[in-house]
Design a protein around this ligand. Structure first.
Ligand code: PFF
Length: 448
């Protein structure tokens, strides 16, 4: 095992909270609840949990093992283990850069909406249509979203600039418990609304008639994005794990927190949506149009809506921090620059991409390809192509290419821990994961 001068996370709890911070994000809050509700509620949840355990956890463990073994940035980590496979490292840093392009824009919207809620601006609007035009006017305005994208990038930069321990670790130790607390408070409030239990039913009542092969693939794809699998985030964070971190426990705890947050988000959103008797929608309109309109009908609307958007800001921020860090530590170590300079280069690149993505929704509508705006294109290419491809090759790498003793050695901390699940895990990594990911991949591309 290599000893290095690199920073490490202080303790077990930090490793879990920081990694859960990357996993918990906008994907959990606006995507999961809707997908679950539409695809058979409790039945989907069951399939989702199986996907997390059978597919998510083995790949997460592979990425943890690669990062913790090498203690290097994503490119350096793959190159250290096999020079031929360093291309996987480049996929691992290119994907976060492209994700940042659109993720920062949406994160900027959450910040803007939090400020709108705080200043009471929403209380002056009354109809859902008015919220819709407000949202369209805002996202298509050339300057405002750009400004918020830049502000959000600088917020992320601020945490990264403070360093691994004082920035990333400390912020996660504050933000993650706060996020959980806000979620629980909001969920209890939602469920207690008149008619709220209908929303709980929508999310949990199992409807197996809605389960089709494509539901299974949807669940797998959602698990994939939600756990931040297939790019350099988990490798990079694990490079800061201590050598005695139990990576199996860490992976299970992160998977548990990520799923818990997704379910709690559903318990915030659906009871509220059903209490006013409207059809649930997906994506941006659920969070930026439907929910503010609902909050507005409740007593203390300003408070609930501010807290809700604060929740989104926190969830987004812990994810953008992880994406930024993958790139920063790559530039720092591979280009031999100071962390400060590296962070500024990454921030600059993110601002350029984020600005282009944001403008492609309004003033720069010419910035599109095949009918997709640059914003949508970044989302499509990363979620549908780069992440599944990354996950697939990671399984091949740890399951087939590396020495057969590599994974068991990392899982047991070189013999210090007992190995319980290896035969099952080995089979999942070598056979089940690659085949299933291939299916998701083909399905996403519309081949199946
Ligand atoms: N897991 C995050 C979410 O659910 O919103 C998104 C994400 C963050 C994906 C970081 C990938 C990543 F590396």
């Amino acid at each position: 095992m290599k000893t290095t001068h690199r920073a490490t996370f202080g303790g077990r709890l930090s490793a879990v909270l920081v990694t859960a911070g990357s996993a918990v994000g906008l994907g959990n809050i606006w995507r999961f609840p809707y997908v679950a509700g539409e695809n058979g509620g409790g039945a989907f949840l069951l399939i989702y949990i199986l996907s997390v355990l059978l597919l998510g956890v083995p790949i997460m463990l592979s990425e943890f093992a690669i990062g913790r073994n090498t203690h290097r940035n994503a490119v350096g980590a793959y190159r250290t283990l096999s020079s031929r496979w360093s291309i996987l490292g480049y996929n691992s840093i290119l994907a976060p850069l492209l994700i940042m392009g659109f993720y920062l824009v949406v994160s900027g919207w959450t910040l803007e909406y939090m400020i709108h809620s705080l200043t009471g601006e929403f209380t002056r609007i009354s109809t859902p249509e008015a919220y819709e035009s407000l949202f369209n006017a805002f996202t298509q305005n050339p300057w405002k979203p750009l400004l918020y994208t830049v502000v959000f990038t600088l917020l992320t930069h601020g945490v990264i600039a403070l360093g691994v321990q004082k920035g990333i670790e400390r912020s996660a130790r504050i933000m993650m418990p706060l996020l959980l607390l806000i979620l629980v408070v909001l969920a209890v409030h939602s469920i207690l609304l008149p008619g709220g239990t209908e929303g709980v039913k929508f999310l949990f009542a199992p409807d197996f008639s809605k389960v089709t092969p494509s539901t299974v693939l949807t669940a797998l794809g959602q698990a994939f994005f939600s756990l931040s699998i297939g790019l350099g985030c988990l490798v990079t964070y694990a490079s800061y794990f201590k050598n005695d971190t139990n990576i199996t426990h860490t992976a299970l705890q992160v998977a548990f927190i990520d799923t818990l947050v997704a379910v709690l988000a559903g318990l915030v959103i659906f009871p509220a949506v059903f209490s006013v008797g409207i059809e649930p929608t997906a994506g941006p309109s659920l969070v930026f149009v439907t929910l503010p309109a609902i909050f507005n009908t409740l007593p203390l609307s300003m408070v609930w809506s501010t807290i809700f958007f604060l929740l989104l800001v926190i969830a987004a921020l812990t994810s953008t921090i992880s994406l930024h860090e993958v790139l920063t530590v790559y530039v720092q170590e591979e280009w031999h620059l100071s962390r400060r300079a590296a962070a500024w280069i990454v921030t600059g690149a993110c601002i350029v991409l984020g600005a282009a993505a944001s403008l492609s929704l309004g003033a720069w509508q010419w910035l599109q390809l095949g009918g997709k705006s640059f914003f949508d294109l970044l989302d499509f290419v990363t979620a549908n192509i780069m992440l599944p491809a990354g996950g697939f090759f990671i399984c091949i790498f740890t399951g087939w290419v590396l020495d057969r003793r590599f994974m068991p050695a990392e899982l047991t901390n070189h013999g210090a821990l007992r190995l319980h699940l290896w035969p099952l895990l080995g089979m999942l990594l070598r056979w089940v994961c690659p085949v299933v990911i291939l299916l998701i991949f083909l399905d996403n591309l519309g081949v199946l």
